[in-house]
Design a binder for this molecule. Sequence first.
Ligand code: ATP
Ligand code: MG
Length: 261
Amino acid sequence: MLEVKGLRKVYEDTSRTVEAIRDVSFCVGEGELVCIVGPSGAGKTTLLKCIAGLLAPTAGGVIVEATPVVGPPPAMAVVFQEYGRSLFPWMSVHDNVMLPLKQKNMPAARREELVRDALAAVDLKGVESAYPWQLSGGMQQRVAIARAVAYEPHVLLMDEPFAAVDAQTRADLEDLIRVLWRRLRVTVLFVTHDIDESVYLGQRVMVMSQAPTVIMEDVAVDLPDERTQLETRSMARFGELRKHIYSQIQLAKQGWRPPAG
Ligand SMILES: Nc1ncnc2c1ncn2[C@@H]1O[C@H](COP(=O)(O)OP(=O)(O)OP(=O)(O)O)[C@@H](O)[C@H]1O
Ligand SMILES: [Mg+2]
């Protein structure tokens, strides 16, 4: 479904050169939910932007559904951290969710149906005509998720989407992502700096090293598919996984490099 091959990204401008990503390769199968964690500045956002076709890699590349990425792939949707900046303040909730659908060739009635279903899925019925700035942070983030869902993407990229909401809302949004993911069978790549969140959400957690970034470890999350905040997070296995990933990130912060060769 998604393949990242020998990806390297060096930012170059007149004053400085930053090697953000050294060499990253991985595959994500159709319908998988993969989380990415790593120290701040590791290049997680850079990686997502390369996958989303918003940034050209220095070397290597990305293949989505057998097609090399050279611009935003048609079957992909992205949710960024700053919902405040990703929603248009002068458009109603309804129009914000509708916007990407305008590029799709389908009858108007079908578009309306998708918008209605997506808003219902994120539990936002009745605020269609409100403006984003009239909503709470968690509600705005749900609008951003609804917009991505209404688009019916095959691949959904999320970059720390819950960083700016309170803990209770965050837990609700995590469960919402699990529900939507299972219902829509969409392939999800989810970046977070929260280790517990990565274990709770993911089927796999990829741990990234500090920049210049490589993948340090690809951890399989062998927890039951049926997850609940209370039970899953109190499982012994959850604790083990979180402890392991925590110590990997500590190593990464201390400047871990892959063995030569
Ligand atoms: N537009 C840019 N121009 C130059 N350097 C950049 C640019 N964007 C990012 N960088 C550099 O690339 C590196 C990786 O940045 P990136 O934003 O991808 O990290 P991140 O893992 O998403 O961090 P965080 O967890 O803090 O969001 C950093 O050293 C950063 O300074
Ligand atoms: Mg980032």
